[in-house]
Design a protein around this ligand. Structure first.
Ligand code: ATP
Ligand code: MG
Length: 271
């Protein structure tokens, strides 16, 4: 694994001022057995420590185990070997204190934007009166004021993803997991979503783990970016993204941005 910056190793990170990692992988491997009995090694020996408030981005080629890594964090699949710790403790089963956003938003066509955004709160049996003001504020924060009563078919792709993002944040999850959330959007909408996500993250200081195929997105968004090897996925490079807190579109044209994206691309190409 390549460390580009002077950053503590996984071992010392747990004692850093950041506190106990929200999620920690200790030598985690995952092998699936397909219906035909074939073994597929998706992840091999992953050590990873995610600190509170990080916006961690993960890039890797298709099939290298990125979604598997996220599903492990969500407790939807269990490691074949190794340990997964949440705030220092081992827990089993699916977790309900996470927000999740996938590539294609999953909205109910018969529900309005507001009611779609309230679905996770309904599932958690939260009181609507308590959650609705927060959800309305979140909708405003992502530019959906005035769209609360619209239905999904009346929205653009970007608006649907914004609604899905608000839904994921509605229960104030400690960790937000995003799997290619903007992959289906056009480049301009995607850039705007990136700027908005950075702002939301700064305002709310969530921990975010975001998977992407897009190197520029990984660098623009991340406080730290991981590059994975092709399957079986391992962490090949772990880079601090030292581009400051305030990031706007103009950053995309700077030399320091090009240097960092170049480094990530080199890591992706060298197997
Ligand atoms: N439930 C499963 N059963 C069997 N094999 C699986 C299962 N889930 C994932 N795999 C396999 O594990 C490997 C990693 O899959 P994963 O979905 O994590 O990749 P990915 O990096 O997210 O790919 P992409 O970028 O295309 O989304 C693939 O070879 C896939 O076929
Ligand atoms: Mg995937």
């Amino acid at each position: 694994m390549t460390d580009f910056a002077d950053r503590p190793t996984a071992g010392t990170q747990t004692e850093s001022p950041g506190g106990v990692p929200v999620v920690e992988f200790q030598g985690v491997s995952k092998t699936f057995t397909t219906r035909s009995g074939e073994s597929i090694e998706a992840l091999r020996d992953v050590d990873l420590s995610v600190q509170p408030g990080e916006l961690l981005t993960i890039v890797g080629v298709s099939g290298c185990g990125k979604s598997t890594l996220l599903r492990l964090v969500a407790g939807l699949v269990q490691p074949t070997s190794g340990r997964l710790l949440y705030e220092g403790e081992e827990r089993t089963g699916a977790r309900d204190d996470l927000g999740v956003v996938f590539q294609e938003s999953v909205l109910f066509p018969w529900r309005t934007v507001l009611d779609n955004a309230l679905v996770p709160a309904v599932i958690k049996r939260a009181r609507r009166a308590e959650v609705e003001p927060r959800v309305r504020q979140l909708l405003a924060d992502v530019g959906l004021s005035g769209f609360e009563k619209k239905y999904p078919f009346e929205l653009s792709g970007g608006m649907k993803q914004r609604t899905a993002l608000v839904a994921a944040l509605s229960t104030e999850p400690s960790v937000l997991l995003m799997d290619e959330p903007f992959g289906a959007l056009d480049a301009m909408t995607r850039e705007q979503m990136n700027v908005d996500l950075r702002r939301l993250w700064q305002e709310r200081s969530n921990t975010i783990i975001l998977i992407t195929h897009d190197v520029a997105e990984a660098v623009f968004l991340g406080t730290r970016a991981l590059v994975m090897t092709p399957r079986p996925g391992r962490i090949k490079a772990d880079m601090e993204i030292d581009l400051g807190a305030e990031r706007d579109i103009s950053l995309l044209g700077t030399a320091e941005f090009a240097t960092l994206t170049g480094k990530v691309r080199r890591e992706l190409d060298m197997n």
